[in-house]
Write a protein that binds this ligand. Structure first.
Ligand SMILES: Cc1cc2nc3c(=O)[nH]c(=O)nc-3n(C[C@H](O)[C@H](O)[C@H](O)COP(=O)(O)OP(=O)(O)OC[C@H]3O[C@@H](n4cnc5c(N)ncnc54)[C@H](O)[C@@H]3O)c2cc1C
Ligand code: SF4
Ligand code: SF4
Length: 595
């Protein structure tokens, strides 16, 4: 035995009377440094549940769990963090597209009690499961100017306003391969956009295909839910972009232009080889009334299921409002025809110049076919509703646009006044401008209230369309030289309370005058069912404005379905396409069950 063995215990005992070195964390606070990466915080309302944090975490620390109702642009999921796994690298905070996820500088936390499940305690949903550091202001935030995400959209090449003013040439040129891959590369693949797309297109799927330069795969994904990708890639109302995760901090992904890129990349002759769709013929037949996007979409999916599909269309060409409404500078006919030709190539029989109710009765169609899908759209333009609006120099936006499509000579004169603020008004105004007129748009509300697409309004401004806002048409008078005088009242916007839309109310004595060679009415359109007479109509129930139908578009006569503008309130191409697809599935079920 050596001397140290004898003395050591005394040294240890001496320490027993010293102040302890460790800190009692429960009673003695010891804050972390200001930017310490402590436990997570999440602004639960700002978070959209995109799951990018879970995706980037290298330790599988985060899983996404449901805590909210799903709404547009919000998955309803929120990140749950498992502190048994977290290494506090803060990648999740740096990547978060909304900036909702941060870290407090709290790092110490003791739970008391013996019966606690340790995993449940140290695995919680920041911002949802209350924690003492929820309101902590110190901690880690994404540093200013530091970005893991590419927030700026790759600009789309397009014609200048000077070049496009007198031309119907397509104004948007489309992405090259390099630009498309660059834009696709910005997508974080969260899928938030998919729920908002009426057709629920697999957007992250086709964007990934672009990034991997796998065009064939991308095209197949497009056609799963949308047989008019060349059309939608140009004119879709793109509600998906409104909710894109990146739009919270930067520019939304150009989802529409990427779709266009994919469909433009593939020549029509190669579609068949890429799609390789096997069709097993069936002995049942379906009639489709109206060759707009609703009818064409139903035709495509029913033809794929092997049904004999015949489409009846009163106009000389298919496409509905896509052809007879949307002008060529936005949607060239050859691009529309490319989409339509592929649908027809699957065996769909197209009867053009065939108006139901005139050339064939609805009864005959009803009797000849096992099921009928109707998508006849809104083609009855409303009148302005003022004295003098029946003058021959008052035309409707729809008539002007359809005449231009059909090559009917149009003479509008030098000065044109367009009444309205929606997309039809913008298309009519910009068409009149391209035909050489000076154009003024008269709209009863403010610019922010215009229902037209923002991009179209901006482009109209660039092209020198003049706007008069808060102007309510009062009467139309004819001048001796056959020109027109549009009298309008200035309006003030009066708040209606209860979150209702403010109403434009004419200001007394505020009458003003606009002179015009032609007035174009573009204030909306409705439908009529005069063509639907006879016995077959008996089973079909009509509501106040429309035919009654369930969510599949099935009417009270179970073999008749409706879709498109005459069914939904959205009145855009992609919703009509989604309606056609939805009813095609329901018709398939009906005809399969009735075998
Ligand atoms: C000027 C204008 C611009 C637009 N811009 C856009 C845009 O940028 N983006 C967008 O997404 N949407 C746009 N829309 C809306 C879009 O075109 C419609 O929502 C869509 O076309 C509706 O499709 P649908 O199948 O319901 O009917 P429609 O496209 O209206 O097609 C109905 C078809 O039925 C035919 N038909 C009607 N009655 C009969 C009958 N008795 N017998 C035989 N055939 C008949 C019609 O001739 C027509 O071809 C625009 C519409 C207009 C008018
Ligand atoms: S801090 Fe790092 S390890 Fe922890 S959850 Fe975030 S990404 Fe995962
Ligand atoms: S397009 Fe936007 S919302 Fe859609 S997957 Fe990509 S980043 Fe997410």
């Amino acid at each position: 035995m050596i001397l140290r063995d004898i003395l050591s215990p005394f040294y240890v005992w001496k320490r027993a009377f010293e102040k302890p070195y460790s800190i009692n964390t429960l009673s003695e606070a010891r804050p972390g440094s200001p930017r310490y990466r402590g436990f997570h915080q999440n602004d639960i309302d700002k978070c959209i549940g995109c799951g990018t944090c879970a995706e980037i975490c290298q330790n599988a620390t985060i899983d996404m769990v449901p805590v909210k109702e799903t709404t547009d642009g919000d998955s309803g999921l929120r990140p749950r963090v498992d502190y048994g796994r977290c290494c506090w690298c803060a990648l999740c905070v740096d990547i978060c597209p909304t900036g909702s996820l941060t870290m407090s500088n709290a790092y110490s936390w003791v739970e008391e009690g013996l019966d606690l499940d340790v995993r449940e305690t140290y695995c919680y949903i920041p911002g949802y499961d209350p924690k003492p550091w929820d309101a902590e202001e110190l901690g880690y935030r994404k540093p200013e100017g530091f970005e893991l995400l590419a927030l700026e959209r790759i600009p789309m090449p397009h014609l200048s306003s000077g070049e496009r003013k007198n031309s119907f040439v397509e104004m948007v040129k489309g992405y090259s391969r390099e630009l498309a891959i660059g834009e696709a590369d910005r997508c974080i693949q969260c899928g938030i956009c998919t729920a908002t797309c009426p057709a629920h297109m697999n957007i992250p799927g086709y964007i990934k295909a672009i990034r991997e330069d796998n065009i064939a795969e991308g095209l197949k994904i497009l056609y799963e839910t949308n047989p008019l990708p060349g059309v939608c890639g140009r004119v879709c109302t793109r509600r998906c972009e409104d909710v894109c995760a990146l739009s919270h901090r930067g520019d939304a992904i150009s989802i529409r232009w990427l779709k266009r890129y994919l469909s433009d990349c593939v020549e029509a002759a190669k579609y068949r080889g890429i799609m390789r769709q096997e069709i097993i013929p069936r002995d049942k037949s379906v009639a489709i009334i109206g060759a707009g996007p609703g009818g064409l979409s139903a035709a495509y999916y029913l033809a794929l299921q092997g049904y004999k599909v015949e489409v009846f269309e009163q106009k000389p060409a298919a496409g509905g409002m896509l052809r007879y409404g949307i002008p060529e500078y936005r949607l060239p006919y050859d691009k529309l025809d490319k989409d339509i030709d592929y649908i027809v190539s699957l065996g769909v029989k197209l009867h053009l110049n065939t108006c139901i109710g005139k050339d064939i009765t609805f009864d005959e169609i009803y009797r000849r076919f096992d099921s009928v899908f109707i998508s006849t759209g809104l083609f009855e333009p409303y009148r302005i509703g003022i004295q003098g609006d029946d003058h021959p120099r008052v035309v409707t936006g729809l008539k002007l646009l359809s005449d231009v499509t059909e090559g009917v000579p149009v003479s509008l004169g030098q000065k044109v006044v367009v009444v309205g603020g929606g997309n039809v008004a913008m298309d009519a105004a910009r068409t009149a401008l391209r035909l050489g007129s000076e154009v003024t748009v008269l709209y009863r509300r403010r610019e922010v209230d215009m229902p037209a697409d923002r991009e179209e309004i901006e482009e109209a401004h660039e092209e020198n369309v003049r706007f008069i806002f808060q102007g309510i048409p009062v009467e139309l008078l004819e001048l001796p030289d056959e020109r027109l005088q549009m009298a309008y009242a200035r309006a003030e916007m009066v708040d209606q309370g209860d979150g209702k839309r403010p109403q434009p109310i004419p200001i007394e004595g505020s009458r003003e005058i606009l002179e015009a060679d032609t007035v174009i009415a573009a204030i909306g359109q409705g439908m009529n069912f005069l063509w639907m007479e006879g016995e077959a109509r008996a089973n079909i129930k009509f509501g106040k404005w429309n035919i009654e139908a369930d969510r599949w578009g099935q009417t009270t006569d179970n073999k008749v379905f409706i879709g498109g503008d005459m069914f939904n309130r959205t009145a855009d191409a992609i919703t009509a396409i989604a309606d056609g697809h939805r009813s095609a599935r329901a018709i398939d079920k009906l005809l399969s069950d009735n075998k």
